[in-house]
Design a protein around this ligand. Structure first.
Ligand code: ADP
Ligand code: MG
Length: 140
């Protein structure tokens, strides 16, 4: 089934100058980018995005990190792309991520882990609308 999912190249990966390498992995795996932009998240925007984690011990540190520099946000499209992209990302903790995954290759640690990806149809719907208007999403 053709799906859409939200991807974020996080501030650590943008700083390391590996955004292009991450995008190449997506393209080499047949995933289409249908929307893309770079922006610097305000605390309010980052807190709203990660509201499900607001009671976690790492929340404030996560918001500090996510607002520490620009991010690249994208909507990815493809067959079963939610799960497919999560597999390409690898585990949240890069020490546990499989060889060749984006997080194994480019993450710093469990917090500064290079990329975000929606985890289900409902979260993908919320997250893509959170960052993009309908007229920013392209037909390909
Ligand atoms: P994922 O991004 O793999 O879906 P989660 O949704 O569980 O992971 O967590 C959201 C983000 O919060 C992670 O990508 C990571 O940046 C950060 N995070 C998760 N767990 C921890 C932790 N134990 N310590 C610090 N940061 C964490
Ligand atoms: Mg998550």
């Amino acid at each position: 089934m053709i799906q859409r999912t939200l991807s974020i190249i996080k501030p650590d990966a943008v700083k390391k100058n590996v955004s292009g390498k991450i995008i190449s992995i997506l393209e080499e795996n047949g995933i289409k980018i249908v929307a893309i932009k770079m922006l610097t998240l305000s605390r309010k925007v980052a807190e709203g995005f990660y509201y499900v984690h607001k009671d976690k011990g790492f929340f404030n540190s996560l918001i500090d990190f996510m607002t520490s520099g620009p991010v690249v946000v994208m909507i990815l499209e493809g067959d079963n792309v939610i799960e497919k992209y999560r597999k390409l990302m690898g585990a949240t903790n890069p020490e546990k991520a499989d060889a060749g995954t984006i997080r194994k290759l480019y993450a710093t640690d469990i917090e500064k882990n290079a990329v975000h990806g929606s985890d289900a149809v409902e979260t993908a719907d919320f997250e893509t609308r959170y960052f993009f208007n309908a007229f920013e999403i392209n037909e390909r």
